[in-house]
Design a protein around this ligand. Structure first.
Ligand code: ATP
Ligand code: MG
Length: 364
């Protein structure tokens, strides 16, 4: 049993503060992903949990115990690094045993745990090899193995898959998720890859410049992004942002080239705010060709095609609507010509609205 609770965590390097005030509750058995662009403070936060980085302010507790001043080896955590950090002169078996030896685990127990981990990870055949005789994916498994033999209360992962090729990354993503499901060990996983975050996390914490932007399940964050940053960071291709104004007493929203009813969840926020400046957010998957059937209320716009990305299973079209460029996902068999004009339908119910000044989501 171990939850990880960060309360008002602060980190400064000399005069420079990189994390001002971080509050985050990671539940027992949860798989929490910290995601955000490079330099936003993910590794710093993780390293503070690990005890590899001193905490400047606030309280960190693991399993109900304040651990601010507890050394890493006494925190009951195991960390997997991007670099794997295997000992090159030791065999795979010795690498797996290392953490157990330090803790004076009896021989028989050590053998049993190494065998178990090797089986789970499919590396039983590699125990006698040295790290340099392994592929990247195999090294990565050994690094994970070294964490699981310890049976810690918390796993900490810092971009463990970023050195792998795309295919292996997808495979290891699934393996780590499965492993966590089996072991039920509380996990904090750092990545800058939003797809990794969406597919692996029970919940994800989106960070920007040392500040937490939103915490929620992948679906919550996708469907109800708290602000423009989260909306643009989660989802590919990113959400379209169109400057717009409330009109008709807040019943409609008008952009360059089209006008639509304000979607239901935003009505309370728009009522009576005629003329208020907003940003209309529309995901490319919610813009379809007019020739395609589909349910729900839509508005029709005409777009002049400027750029086309054929991806095989779908085609991404960048079209000029009024003054704005709108990106749409269309059927693969349709590949509109650059310079041609196409009719698009925007799904009203799937549109998002943000305050233009605060960049925060309006409504519920
Ligand atoms: N030892 C240090 N001294 C001063 N500043 C540091 C130090 N370590 C990190 N920083 C700064 O703290 C900020 C957060 O760094 P951190 O490594 O946590 O980012 P990150 O989100 O993990 O990024 P990446 O995705 O690139 O790994 C960065 O601006 C970085 O320059
Ligand atoms: Mg990092």
């Amino acid at each position: 049993m171990a939850d990880v609770i960060l309360e008002g965590i602060k980190k400064s390097y000399g005069a420079v503060t990189v994390i001002e005030h971080l509050d985050l509750d990671i539940r027992d058995q949860e798989f929490m992903v910290l995601v955000g662009p490079s330099g936003c403070g993910k590794s710093t936060a993780l390293r503070m949990i690990a005890g590899l980085e001193e905490i400047t302010g606030g309280t960190l507790s693991i399993g109900g115990r304040v651990v601010n001043d507890v050394p890493p080896k006494d925190r009951d955590i195991a960390m997997v690094f991007q670099s794997y950090a295997l000992y090159p002169h030791m065999t795979v078996r010795e690498n797996l045993e290392f953490g157990l030896k330090i803790r004076q685990t009896p021989r028989a127990e050590m053998d049993r745990r190494v065998r178990e981990a090797a089986e789970i990870l499919g590396i039983a055949e590699l125990l006698a090899r040295k790290p340099k005789q392994l592929s990247g994916g195999q090294r990565q498994r050994v690094a994970v193995g070294r964490a699981i033999v310890r049976k810690p209360s918390v796993f900490l992962f810092d971009e463990p898959l970023s050195n792998l090729d795309a295919k292996l990354r997808v495979q290891m993503r699934a393996e780590i998720s499965k492993l966590q499901k089996t072991l039920k060990t509380t996990t904090v996983y750092v990545t800058h890859d939003q797809i990794e975050a969406m597919t692996m996390g029970h919940r994800i914490a989106v960070m920007r410049s040392g500040q937490l932007q939103q915490v929620g399940t992948p679906l919550e964050v996708y469907e109800q992004p708290a602000n423009l940053f989260v909306a643009s960071f989660i989802g590919t291709p990113p959400m379209n942002f169109v400057p717009a104004t409330f009109t008709d007493g807040g019943a409609t929203v008008t952009a360059s080239g089209f006008k639509m009813p304000v979607p239901e969840p935003f009505r309370a926020a728009s009522a009576g705010r005629d003329g208020a400046k907003v940003v209309l957010g529309i995901r490319p998957e919610n813009v379809r060709e007019a020739s395609r059937e589909g349910g729900g209320e839509t508005v029709r716009v005409t777009a002049k095609v400027e750029f086309v990305e054929p991806l095989g299973h779908e085609v991404i079209v960048h079209g000029r609507v009024g003054d704005e460029l709108i990106v749409a996902k269309v059927d693969p068999h349709r590949s509109p010509r650059i310079g041609s004009t196409i009719d698009l339908m925007i799904e009203v119910g799937a549109a998002h609205l943000f305050d233009a000044a605060t960049e925060k989501r309006l409504g519920s």
